[in-house]
Design a protein around this ligand. Structure first.
Ligand SMILES: NC(=O)c1ccc[n+]([C@@H]2O[C@H](COP(=O)([O-])OP(=O)(O)OC[C@H]3O[C@@H](n4cnc5c(N)ncnc54)[C@H](OP(=O)(O)O)[C@@H]3O)[C@@H](O)[C@H]2O)c1
Length: 241
């Protein structure tokens, strides 16, 4: 697949999920080339068919250490450039001390932290070489606060916050940008396995929609060159956290 190298290119991890797919749709609408990745080849293919021709898909488990470099390579091979990495794949495991699934917690650390760190450094090395590019990490409101039973998840997002902030400082004098988005409750598949949905537990009548996060991404990308937005917190009305 080839395209004009004058068109900006984004790599989106977790592209089949609620937030990732919404960002893919918004960037596609804005004319970007896209490299989409997640494990489900079927869902990636469906999204790519919906979005049209300027899309490459890489079905893969992002915890495989070889995948971040393969994603960058897919952007450069298919489209000749990479301007944005939306570092977004992840999942949520919560529970009380007595019953939280420790193996799932460790799997969460591997995707939310280890894989996200590999993605961050892999793409930033390329962006530094080019002195251009934007890394946007999906953090969480739980990257800034904790609540009982969600300490391990919050820990993964605090790790993202720490990395984002240090990377931003390292790159402050360059044209490479690092931002983190800190959403409150968004209606996606993240809570599908919960017996009672958190919107009910927390009394949030209207949780955020994935399109609300996509709008934040477009906002981050729409700033003049002298502006930096390191963090963007977005909450639904009624989120008391
Ligand atoms: N929803 C919320 O309320 C909320 C709030 C704050 C932050 N966030 C963060 O937003 C990000 C996106 O979540 P979401 O809400 O859009 O949830 P989602 O709909 O469940 O999407 C999660 C995405 O991550 C991918 N993924 C999970 N494990 C993976 C792995 N090992 N390898 C590759 N891809 C993997 C999934 O695809 P496959 O299963 O096909 O691999 C899917 O595309 C996460 O980092 C989450 O922590 C969500």
């Amino acid at each position: 697949m080839t395209d004009s190298t004058s068109t900006k290119t984004a790599v989106i991890t977790g592209a089949t999920g609620g937030i990732g797919a919404a960002v893919a749709r918004a960037l596609s609408q804005a004319g970007w080339n896209l490299v989409l990745t997640a494990r489900s080849a079927e869902k990636l293919q469906a999204l790519a068919s919906e979005l049209g021709s300027r899309v490459a898909v890489v079905p893969a488990d992002l915890t495989d250490p070889a995948v971040p470099a393969a994603l960058l390579s897919a952007a450069l091979t298919n489209f000749g450039r990479c301007d944005l990495c939306f570092n977004n794949a992840g999942f949520l495991e919560t529970g009380p001390i007595e019953s939280i699934d420790i193996e799932r917690v460790c799997a969460m650390v591997r995707i939310n932290v280890e894989a996200a760190f590999r993605v961050a450094y892999t793409f930033l090395r390329h962006f530094v070489r080019e002195n251009a590019g934007h890394l946007i990490n999906t953090s969480s409101i739980l990257g800034t606060k904790v609540r009982p039973t969600a300490g391990a998840y919050a820990g993964t997002k605090y790790a993202i916050e720490a990395l984002s902030e240090a990377l931003r400082m390292e790159l402050a004098k360059t044209d490479v940008q690092v931002s983190s988005i800190q959403p409150g409750l968004v209606m996606t598949g993240l809570h599908d396995h919960w017996q009672v949905h958190p919107s009910e537990l927390m009394g949030i009548a209207e949780p955020l929609q994935p399109a609300d996060i996509a709008r934040m991404v477009l906002f981050l990308l729409d700033q003049p060159p002298h502006v930096r937005i390191p963090k963007l917190m977005i909450l639904p009305k009624g989120h008391e956290i």
